[in-house]
Ligand binder design. Structure first.
Ligand code: SF4
Length: 137
């Protein structure tokens, strides 16, 4: 079973209440080969929500509120699901402060991209999951 970012599977779980539909990810879910998760929802954040970015390993939303604990909770819950379903691979949404792998926003909320890894992607990677992004499909 492959863990996939729920927004790639067409769920409207993004901060703005939209999705990032990816036909290949949706096909995997339809075939029963992938399970969609949204770490930010699993961390208890609402949808829609104020967008957040990482600064020095902490996460702040655009209003300046520290939401690191919610992001860490979401990462732990995601790992729990990955373990329950025996997932060894994940396809995660590039640039997200939760799911991003290789590239994330720089923390300035200006759209600038830097090399980095989201909170959930980091935990899953540390636990040995192979992570790719929608750009690798
Ligand atoms: S946390 Fe991940 S799954 Fe949820 S909306 Fe953001 S990129 Fe998509």
């Amino acid at each position: 079973m492959i863990l996939v970012s729920a927004c790639l599977a067409g769920l409207k779980c993004r901060y703005d209440g939209k999705s990032n539909e990816n036909s290949k990810v949706i096909e995997l879910v339809k075939k029963g080969l992938a399970i969609p998760i949204c770490p930010e929802q699993l961390g208890g954040l609402p949808t829609p929500r104020i967008p957040s970015e990482i600064i020095n390993d902490k996460v702040f939303n655009k209003k300046g509120e520290n939401v690191t604990n919610q992001f860490k909770k979401g990462a732990k819950e995601t790992l729990r699901i990955a373990e329950l379903f025996g997932c060894h691979k994940a396809i995660l949404k590039q640039r997200s402060p939760s799911c991003g792998f290789g590239k994330i926003y720089d923390g300035s909320h200006t759209g600038r991209i830097v090399a980095g890894i989201g909170i959930t992607a980091k935990l899953l990677s540390q636990k040995g999951l192979v992570i790719i992004t929608e750009n690798d499909l």
